[in-house]
Ligand binder design. Sequence first.
Ligand code: AMP
Ligand code: MG
Length: 412
Amino acid sequence: PLAQAYAGHQFGHAARLGDGRAVLLGEQLTPDHKRVDIQLKGAGRTPFSRGGDGRAALAPMLREYLISEALHALGVPCTRILAVVKTGEQVLREEPLPGAIAVRVAASHLRVGTFQYAAWHEDNSLLPALLNYAIARHYPELNSTSNPALAFLQAVMQAQIALVVHWQRVGFVHGVLNTDNVTISAEAIDFGPCAFMEQYDEATVFSSIDRRGRYAFGAQPSITLWNLSRLAEALLPVIDPNPEQAVHLATQVLEGFNPAFNRAWLAMMRGKLGLLSEQPQDAQLVEDWLAQLQQAQLDYTNAHLQLMSLDLPNEAAWQRPELKAWHARWRVRVGNDRPQALTLMSQHNPWVIPRNHLVEQALNSAQEQGDMQPFHALLKELQTPYLLRDLAQKYCTPARSHERVTQTFCGT
Ligand code: AMP
Ligand code: MG
């Protein structure tokens, strides 16, 4: 077993870190020839634990399980939890809590922060070695390119764009997009204070420690570019021996982020709105839709499902003149392609997301009463998110005001 060193920017501040409560057991080749890392999280102290005990409490580990299974079923690339095992020990947080270990499976645990660690290390053979390893493991096709380091930056950027577009599609707010939580494989990792947005608002933040909204829902694309810029910085010496030329080349790649993200995001939003072709006014139609969602305080998930009835929904919120006018515009845009539009929408719009109040209830029952029933019931629903449901069903209903969970904690 080993604990990995990494570095990273946490809320913008550089730090040398490492697996403070995780140990890597090794790699496994799956029957379909995929190589995965198997890691224990919460297994005890490591050389990187600093002041911590290296342990984890049950509820946060079950949370990782639930959220990663939900993301996986939603079609979002992510690390997964194979099992959560109670240790039988108590861990001391603000109060004693039941301890647990999560068994994590990941394409690898290489992060942007792993490259920052190598770049900051006095031994400058580390960076090329890490790059070769990462390319061989995740992007072997890049070996034959003229500048593998630059091609690697481009490939990680494309993969991260695909990941974040998925998050924006399903309303996922990661909550701690520090560079040590951004993987090279572009699988989502570390589900601490993350949560799914209910009412649409770009400024949505759940994490108790994200006081300035650095990792708000609407900030995820720009913070991903920021994180990729840190990867680019780390890669400079292997991009070109001439520092100016290296900066020039890396900047060219990063300048492609916004156009590529916007293209991918618009294509995704077309899917959510059932637009089969590309038309120049689509960007405006989408923007106006999101503005209406925000003003009418509609649930991001359910509003898209309600559109699928094609007729204007009866609810009071939909009777606002601006929203009615938007709906009429949208109907004209969808035109006569309705069956295909509905098929497209049903592939982009989930019926069930892990709503925070239900997640909280499931974890509290598990941790406080030892009752796993709500957890398993929720998990079962989350495994088939695109299956048509009754919107009045418990798992589809947004939190009522007294149930609303507005703040989440990383549980470390
Ligand atoms: P994680 O949510 O596991 O990514 O935790 C964030 C950072 O804090 C990582 O660098 C962890 O290694 C460290 N950390 C979290 N919890 C503990 C703990 N109980 N003991 C030691 N280090 C921890
Ligand atoms: Mg982490």
